[in-house]
Design a protein around this ligand. Sequence first.
Ligand code: ADP
Length: 254
Amino acid sequence: FKQTINLSNRYDEMGQLAESFNRLAHSLNEVEQNRNEFLANVSHELRTPLSYMKGYAEGVEEGIISKEKGLGIIQKEANRLDRLVNDLLDLAQLEGDQYEIRSEPIALAELVDEVIDQFNLIAYKKDIKLLRHLNDECIVYGDADRLEQVIRNLLDNALTYTPGGKQVEVRLEQKGEDVTLLIRDEGIGIPTKEIDAVKQRFYRVKKARERKDGGTGLGLSIVSQIIAKHGGTFSLESTENVGTTASIHLKGIL
Ligand code: ADP
């Protein structure tokens, strides 16, 4: 009798062990699949500007394309490649286990103000009104360079995906410990079913993919990573053809 119990315990244990092995194999498979998918995406994204550059260089050499036009396009694609490699390096660094974010007190309104100033000319040229409502007293612990990158990426998107004649508003508020940064635009918006996907690496909504001056599709992944490293939250709310609001919540100093 004792032996039967022991045996049945053994069977249970073996069953559990087999199940854990299966689960492990499954998640390893998933990791492998994600890695392959990521590499395929990276190769595709790197290859596109490279083939443009090769094509136009050949075109100029053979006299089919004017030197001026060819060189202009080669320069534009080289810049795109540069942005892509920088964004990829940033993501690799942020996603690494060893990466520790700097933690220094930052006067957030000052930082936001500086970034808005950098975008004033672009907004003016596009005829977009850039409004700011900033609480001067918000102080957070964090990495100023990384938070600047977050604000830049979000403002860049707001201005890119908003047509002329509309407005973009940046709001910084604090209630208790909760510091909120909102970037609200009146642009093309994001379809509801794609709102989570746009935070994934390389994901771009069809309308954005069709644009000539396309971004890298890595901006929001970088924003998500940086905010997560600060222990904060990042969310998007959007209605197509009405606008998008990007919200960031961080813990402020009282
Ligand atoms: P990209 O370099 O393409 O801007 P992001 O990761 O910053 O990459 O954004 C991913 C996609 O999310 C964009 O291609 C665009 O389709 C959509 N998107 C992001 N921000 C906005 C916005 N403010 N309004 C409309 N669409 C947006």
